[in-house]
Design a protein around this ligand. Sequence first.
Ligand code: PLP
Length: 469
Amino acid sequence: MHYVSTRGGMAPATFSDILLGGLAPDGGLTIPDAYPVLASGELASWRSLSYPDLAFAILRKFATDIAAADLRALIQKTYTAEIFGSEEITPVTPLSDGVWLLGLSNGPTLAFKDIALQLLGHLFEQALLKTGGHLNILGATSGDTGSSAEYAMRGKRGIRVFMLSPHQKMSRFQTAQMFSLPDPNIFNIAVRGVFDDCQDVVKAVSNDAAFKARYSIGTVNSINWARVAAQVVYYFKGWLATTERDDQTASFAVPSGNFGNICAGYIAKRMGLPIRRLILATNENNVLDEFFRTGVYRVRTPDQVAHTSSPSMDISKASNFERFIFDVVDRDPALVRHLWRQLDTQGFFDLSITPYFQAVRESGFVSGSSTHRNRLDTIRRVYQESGLIIDTHTADGVKVGLEYREHGVPLICAETALPAKFEESIIEALGRSPERPKGYENLEILPQRFEVMDADVNDIKDYIAQNAG
Ligand SMILES: *Cc1c(COP(=O)(O)O)cnc(C)c1O
């Protein structure tokens, strides 16, 4: 399998070539030149597989240039009961008749991002060992991504992580999770400012090509292809766990921000997994819901982004969306370039007036959004009906999912974080706090390591230069 850019300006590359990269050199996103399609009977033969075996069966189709034995070993090291809480890795739990919760949040940071990032940690380490190189990962986070990346990269040879976060603006739990890591290859930089200040510094450093090359600066943000590929696996897992016949369809409800998670569901569908609907749920920041309803993709400016009780979905634009649009426009890179130029100049593009909107309609996507009140109501409703406590992000997905529920079609709702991460909203909804998983009880009293700095590009570059591997 080879990878190309959605903007057409990259020579075909292998999985390993694009593994450590972010954007394609032409500013586009990397994508397989053709999706692997399941052979007849293949899906049926996967019913008895363990999660690691299923992951290997799927990922070997994408990572064709990694030796099978190596890939299998990396996958087996990643998806263990010790790290993900159970052999199931992504267990399904019934919520009500025909409605299931797909538990994606049992990894070390209690959010679904661990599923891909834990694998990425091993893939990166292996790739660097082969080349003898090293990597300094630079990122900005307002919560989930940063901690997931740090827990994936901690202790990995050849890798250091420099993670910028807004000083005193994350939840106590999230702060403690990141700052209590004792590993010497993890560097937490608490920036005096807001998340956008952190992101601006990361952009400025990344735009300095000489600095970037000299210090082997890399990223692990949500556009990384390997992250998307790793997420494809649990769509298969969810479908296999909730269906009995191989021609049976199921629908997935996915709380969405950057379109990384649900993009993996879309790819699973393209591979031949019988997904009926991909139900995309947003919070008040409804850029994507608006697109699927109207055909207009209108990005927001940072000051138009609302701070909500599902903060990991507070986005101004969806960084993986270009992968889907590439398919919608029949993989015409010139058209993708044209649309993204329109985004830069006028802030939106409109497919409703083109024949391509039909392709959007036929893609299986439907969408909806939720408000803070909707999420609290849904948390209460699920608690009353099932005794389970779900977090605010998951609640967003369940709320929209139920609006599209169909008789006889399993509705699989992605659980993207555990409620312990967002205690305040749970107390607001239920008048009680959620239980914390074992081992997290005393998180906030552990010693913390972090450097407080101004949002000054030169200061932060100096800090990286002094501490880089
Ligand atoms: C990142 C995140 C999301 C959004 O996922 P995308 O891949 O960006 O669409 C939803 N919920 C939680 C808890 C997250 O951390």
